[in-house]
Every structure is written in structure tokens, then in C-alpha cells.
Write a protein that binds this ligand. Structure first.
Ligand code: FAD
Ligand code: CU
Length: 697
């Protein structure tokens, strides 16, 4: 028989990190929809306003693209008081070479935050932490935060019980959200949960006090990611924040030796100004990270969410906390709190995250091989650099790297992307060229303000967000130092008329995209060697050829397998390219001034003919807003009705497609990335711009 929550049910949440706070938030939100009154306690011993480790849940502090979007959709927009920097690009650094990879849609959708009150000995507190903010949101909905660590539990007539000093509290449902950095797991074992604990490994984080101005100058809004051949190091990143740089090392049991190998690498040293090489981390920690899920995350009236159950391998752990928290809350409120309910409604999501991590492990193993083989490593850099320098759209390596480093797409998808024969062929070609010639280095100048989340708008993107100010004339961007865009927006200043506001990306930037000059720097092969690159040996050549053959073989084998699309939901949307028209005579209405309409071919004003009749028309997509779910395979079937031809694109999904009058054009892609993407006819701008809305999973 099912066990249901009812009016007055009591819920205890062990841990007020992202998983605990978000689970509380969703439980209370869903309960309201069902007219249920729940009493919910969150046990959290940390005070997230404290600086240093006492107030911090130790992490790199990157809130992924998909999570920023998803939270916004839930009504949890991240405020400027929490977001220290909007990240718009990655700089991939390796021996003798750097390449900057811009966000495909030119948006700053990734937020860099601190989890607690900031690093140890912080003199001036300018930002609040993410965890404190999320906990406040749960509190606003009625959660009671108990500032205590749960150290003992038991059962009371079939209901879980929390023991605190001399008192015990009985609950109808206990949420385990204690992460992997405490002894929390023994509580669930004591309750009788039979499961393998999550496997963990030690990571490393340090905060370097560089000062906002210096960080902006040397790191900008780019997260720096390192492809270094250091054994046991899976992932290394330097994340620019407000006044600090967060250095984050992930891998197998990061120890002193590995940390010093990283900081002494010339590649890392080159990222800093000469004086910056001496900057000492003022706050260091070695938290544990979940690398393999707990096998069973539920029993009757108990469910585990976030890190103490499953997380995404090395990436977007907070995003996984969000997804598990929401799925568990949905199950509890709408289905029930028995083991059977959780198996039916929570387990599929849990298993899909765990299953995806298997692809993640495979990808990191491949990256280890690539890092160790010089020509392949340079092939990656070369292919990405050339893509970034070339026309937008066709950038498979950039997309793979972006999705991998940002956690924007599942590992499984990234894996299959890399096995596309076209990708493998290009990669091998660039590796072969890199092996025999110079290595490419690349740097791009920046075009956006460093500290804001948001997007640079092209003209004609629509304005849409419930409750927000509508169209107004364009506004100049505030100058740095005279007030940020966030301040301007939060002070109620309206947005540019030519911009879009997308849920959750507040605050955003208005105005057209600044033209971005590109400087491509090709470093001579000799220099690559003197900067620490290995000289090609016969052994390296052999390894390269072997790896190439292996990759080619795997690609071929996988191309014979049914792809990831086999179990995918599909959606077909029927569209048309149309040109609504209106006209009248000059005797009724004077002919308007054509120069008042923007150029670009989207608006057509026909001068009065010899009868005095004039006409106006505009080219449009119909429908112009398409809504799909993330992960769906989408087909747009577009019939051309008006206009001979529409040369169009849907970045980053489709580089180019053409719609011709009387013909049906089918455009198929997998909506792997959540967000709002423009459907642009380049011949009829600005009006023939639609929007593809991909709802986050
Ligand atoms: C080095 C490193 C870098 C990372 N970088 C990123 C990143 O950049 N982006 C990202 O998305 N993820 C990152 N992660 C992963 C991310 O930190 C976790 O996935 C995320 O914090 C999980 O949230 P959680 O709420 O499950 O656990 P936690 O954040 O660990 O929160 C658990 C909470 O439970 C409390 N608690 C524990 N035991 C008890 C108890 N007995 N009683 C009461 N309370 C208790 C703790 O005080 C804590 O507040 C990183 C992790 C590491 C180790
Ligand atoms: Cu057109």
C-alpha cells in the first residue's frame, strides 16, 4: 500500500546545501499546488554567512549554463549579489598553446559564485554565497532552519526520527542531503538503508586574492581550463570571480605533489602576470567529491538527494543536486513516499545520471590518452582554434569542448558527437597537420562586460519576460566603475528595445553585438618545444598512429550501432515562410516615410502605383516561437509560401538551411542544450527572426 503525505505531514531534511534547500523549496512549492500544508525542518550546522571553511560547502562555484536557466524557470533567478562574474568563454591552455572558446550563443549564462561567505580572512564582504541564498529561498516558503548537525537517528512506529541532544523529532519523510563531506551516510545505514556508499576521491581548491581589476585584465570572463599531462589530474581550472581566482583540481586523490606539479607548470605560470606568480592562496581545502553513486538511494519514508546519492562526474554537481532534489520532491508530493514510489518515479532519473557518468569516465580516460600524446593534444587545439577563427556555426570541436567543460550536455551526447565520422576525420587530419607543422595559438579580444550574466543582443530579438519592463529606446551601457549593468537594471532602468530578456538571465545586456576583432597567433614549432612541448619521438609517432587507427575503428564500429537517438522523444513542428501584406490608397492614408523602417530586407514598403495604392509587407516565420523539451529530436518542416528563397540558420544547432517557395525543407537536430535560440533568415532581417525555446529537463 502506498504511503502518502497529508495535510500537516512533517518532513526533516538533513543538510542545507543546494540539494537540501532545493528539495525543501520544491516540496513546499508542490505542496501548495496540492493545497497541502507541510511542516519542514532543515538541519544545517553551517552558517553560510561566515567566511572561510566554516561557512562553505567547498566547490569551484560554477553554476552551469543549464542550471542558471533551469533555476530561472523555477523562479530562482540568481541575483547580482550572488553572481560574482558571468562566464562567457573558456580558455583551453596546454603546452605552448591557448585557445579561447566562446559560448556558442554569445551569452553569459554561466555564473561564478562563492558557496559561503567568502574565503578566510575576507576584509570586505561584497557578495553573498549561493548556499545561503538558496536556503533563504526555502525559508521564505516556510522551511524552518535548525542550526544543528544530526548525529543520531532511529525509528518511531515506522517513521524516521532525528535525535538532537535530549529531544527527538519524528517525521513522515526524511530527506538525506548531507553531501559526501561529513559522516552523514552512517545515519542512513543506521536507519537500515542497504546500499553501497558513494565512492569519493579527494579534490583541491584554493582561492587566490588577485583583486578585481587584475583578474579582469588577465582572466576576463573566461574560465581557464588546462590540458596538462600530469598523472592523476583529470580536470584543472582557474575560475575568475570578484576579487578572487578559484583554482580547482579534480582527479584521483589530489596530493601535495600533484598540486605543486600543477602550479609549477609553465602553462599555469604563463596565465599570471609576473607578480601574480607569487600570489598565495589564502583559503585552501581538500573536499571529497562523489565519483560513483550510492547503489540504492531510498527506502520507505527516506530518500537521498544530491551528492550523498548521485552527482554528475566532475561537472555540474549543483545541477545534479537540483535535478535529484526536484525529482524526489515531485515523487513525494504527487505520488507518495514509499520505496515503491521512489523506485517508480525517482529511480529513473537517478539511474540516468549514474549511467551518463559511465560515458564521462570513458571520456576522461580518452582525454588522459590525448593529453599524453603531443600531436593529438595539438590536434585538439588546432581544430578548436581554426573553428573559432572561422565562420560561426560549423564548430564541432568547440561544441564538444564547451559541452564537456561546462557540463551543458550529457556525457553520452558528447561521446557520440566525438564519434561522428566527420569529427574523427577532421580531428585526425588536424592532428596529422599539427604533427608535421606549426602549432596554432589563438586569443580573442573580449566584447562583453565582465561582471554580468546575460547576453549581447542582435537587433530584432523580442522582449519577453513576465512582469518585466517592456520595449524602450536603446540605452548606453554603463561604463565600468560608474555602476554595473546589474545595478542599472535592478534600479528599475528599462532594457534596450532591441534586446530579449530570457527568463533567469537577468540582468542582461542590451544593444547590438560589438564587432570582435580576431587575432590569430601561430607560434612556430620551435617555440612550442621551448615552452615545454615534447620533441616528437619515434614512440610518440607510433602512439599517434595507433591512437588514430583506434579512434577510426571505434568511430566506424559506433556508426554501425543504433545512436543515442534510439529511445529519444521526437517532435515535428510545421512552419511556413510567409509575408503578410497590407495596402491602401494615398487618398485614405499618406504614404509613410520608408527610411523609418530598418534595412535588411525584412520590411517592404511599395511606393504608390499609378492608382495611388501603396503596400507594406513583412517576412516572418509562422509560427515564430517554437517550444521543445531538452533532449528531443526536433524536425522543423518548413514550407516556403512567400519569397523565392530564405537562406537561414539556427545556431548552434543548424549552420545553414534554405527554404524555397513551394518546397518543403526539413531541418532535424537534437535539442541538447536548454535556452532560447534564434531562427534567422539572413535575407529578411530583422523581422524574420523566430525563437526556439528549449525547456530544460
Ligand atoms: C573540488 C570540487 C569542485 C566542485 N566544483 C563544482 C562546480 O564548479 N560546479 C558545480 O556545480 N559543482 C561543483 N562541485 C560539486 C558540488 O560541490 C556538489 O555537487 C554540491 O555541493 C552537492 O550539493 P549537496 O547539497 O548534495 O551537498 P553539499 O553541498 O556537500 O551540502 C551538504 C550539506 O549537508 C550538511 N550536513 C552534512 N552532514 C550533516 C548532518 N549530519 N546534519 C546536518 N547537516 C549536515 C553540510 O553542512 C552541508 O551544508 C565541486 C565539488 C568539488 C569537491
Ligand atoms: Cu527570408
Amino acid at each position: 500500500m502506498g504511503i502518502r503525505l497529508h495535510d500537516g505531514s512533517r518532513i526533516g531534511v538533513v543538510g542545507g546545501g543546494p540539494a537540501g534547500s532545493l528539495c525543501a523549496y520544491f516540496l513546499l512549492t508542490f505542496a501548495r499546488r496540492m493545497d497541502l500544508n507541510l511542516c519542514l525542518d532543515i538541519y544545517e550546522p553551517r552558517d553560510f554567512t561566515q567566511t572561510g571553511p566554516d561557512g562553505c560547502n567547498m566547490c569551484g562555484g560554477i553554476v552551469s549554463e543549464s542550471l542558471v536557466q533551469a533555476l530561472a524557470g523555477e523562479g530562482i533567478g540568481l541575483p547580482p549579489s550572488v553572481v560574482q562574474r558571468g562566464i562567457d568563454s573558456y580558455v583551453l591552455c596546454t603546452v605552448g598553446n591557448r585557445v579561447r572558446i566562446d559560448m556558442p550563443s554569445k551569452e553569459k549564462r554561466i555564473a561564478a559564485v562563492h558557496r559561503g561567505g567568502g574565503p578566510r580572512d575576507l576584509r570586505e564582504v561584497k557578495w553573498g554565497g549561493l548556499d545561503g541564498y538558496l536556503l533563504t529561498r526555502a525559508r521564505e516558503l516556510g522551511a524552518v532552519v535548525v542550526p544543528a548537525r544530526v548525529s543520531d537517528v532511529g525509528w518511531d512506529n515506522g517513521r524516521p526520527q532525528v535525535h538532537l541532544q535530549n529531544t527527538s523529532y519524528t517525521y513522515d519523510l526524511l530527506i538525506g542531503a548531507s553531501g559526501v563531506n561529513s559522516a552523514g551516510w552512517q545515519l542512513y545505514e543506521k536507519l537500515g538503508l542497504r546500499s553501497r556508499r558513494p565512492d569519493t576521491t579527494r579534490a583541491y581548491i584554493t582561492e587566490l586574492p588577485m583583486g578585481e581589476e587584475s583578474i579582469t585584465r588577465h582572466f576576463g570572463s573566461s574560465m581557464h581550463v588546462f590540458l596538462l599531462d600530469i598523472p592523476r589530474l583529470d580536470f584543472a581550472a582557474i575560475i575568475p570571480k570578484g576579487d578572487f581566482l578559484t583554482v580547482c583540481l579534480l582527479g584521483q586523490d589530489i596530493d601535495r605533489e600533484l598540486i605543486s606539479a600543477f602550479f609549477n607548470s609553465p602553462v599555469v605560470k604563463n596565465c599570471f602576470p609576473a607578480a601574480g606568480n607569487q600570489v598565495q592562496g589564502i583559503c585552501r581545502c581538500a573536499p571529497r567529491i562523489n565519483v560513483r553513486e550510492a547503489t540504492v538511494p531510498y527506502m520507505d519514508r527516506v530518500v537521498l538527494v544530491g551528492d550523498c546519492g548521485v552527482t554528475r562526474l566532475y561537472k555540474d554537481g549543483i545541477g545534479a543536486a537540483y535535478r535529484t532534489a526536484k525529482a524526489a520532491a515531485r515523487t513525494a508530493v504527487f505520488s507518495g513516499v514509499s520505496a515503491h514510489d521512489f523506485r517508480r518515479h525517482y529511480w529513473p532519473l537517478y539511474r540516468s545520471i549514474a549511467g551518463d557518468n559511465r560515458f564521462g569516465r570513458l571520456i576522461f580516460a580518452i582525454i588522459h590518452r590525448i593529453k599524453a600524446i603531443e600531436p593529438l593534444r595539438r590536434g585538439v587545439m588546432r581544430m578548436a582554434a581554426l573553428e573559432q577563427a572561422g565562420p560561426a556555426g560549423d564548430r564541432p570541436m568547440s561544441i564538444v569542448l564547451w559541452d564537456l567543460f561546462t557540463g551543458s550536455a550529457p556525457y553520452r551526447e558528447v561521446f557520440f558527437l566525438t564519434l561522428a565520422p566527420r569529427f574523427v576525420a577532421r580531428f585526425l587530419w588536424q592532428s596529422a597537420r599539427a604533427a608535421g607543422s606549426a602549432c596554432a595559438g589563438e586569443e580573442r579580444s573580449r566584447s562583453m562586460h565582465e561582471g554580468a550574466l546575460g547576453k549581447e543582443y542582435t537587433d530584432a530579438e523580442a522582449i519577453c519576460r513576465q512582469g518585466e519592463p517592456g520595449n524602450v529606446p536603446p540605452r548606453a551601457e554603463p561604463e565600468r566603475g560608474t555602476g554595473s549593468t546589474q545595478e542599472a537594471l535592478s534600479a528599475g532602468q528599462p532594457l534596450s528595445g532591441s534586446g530579449v530578456r530570457v527568463p533567469g538571465l537577468s540582468p542582461r545586456l542590451g544593444g547590438p553585438i560589438a564587432s570582435t576583432p580576431l587575432t590569430l597567433r601561430f607560434l612556430p614549432w620551435k617555440r612550442c618545444q621551448t615552452e615545454g612541448g615534447d620533441v616528437m619521438t619515434r614512440k610518440t609517432w607510433r602512439l599517434t598512429v595507433l591512437a588514430a587507427v583506434l579512434l577510426g575503428g571505434v568511430a566506424f564500429a559506433v556508426s554501425l550501432l543504433p545512436g543515442p537517438t534510439a529511445a529519444q522523444a521526437t517532435r515535428t513542428v510545421y512552419m511556413a515562410a510567409v509575408e503578410p501584406k497590407g495596402g491602401t490608397g494615398v487618398s485614405q492614408e499618406a504614404f509613410p516615410n520608408p527610411s523609418l523602417l530598418p534595412a535588411g530586407g525584412g520590411y517592404v514598403l511599395k511606393a504608390p502605383d499609378n492608382t495611388g495604392r501603396w503596400e507594406v509587407s513583412t517576412y516572418q516565420w509562422q509560427p515564430s516561437f517554437i517550444v521543445v523539451n531538452q533532449g528531443e529530436q526536433v524536425t522543423l518542416e518548413i514550407i516556403g509560401i512567400n519569397g523565392a528563397e530564405h537562406v537561414s540558420s539556427l545556431p548552434p544547432y543548424v549552420d545553414k538551411f534554405t527554404v524555397k517557395r513551394g518546397q518543403l525543407t526539413k531541418v532535424t537536430f537534437t535539442a541538447s542544450r536548454a535556452g532560447i535560440f534564434p531562427i534567422v533568415c539572413v535575407s529578411h532581417q530583422p523581422s524574420m527572426t523566430g525563437a526556439l525555446v528549449v525547456l530544460p529537463k
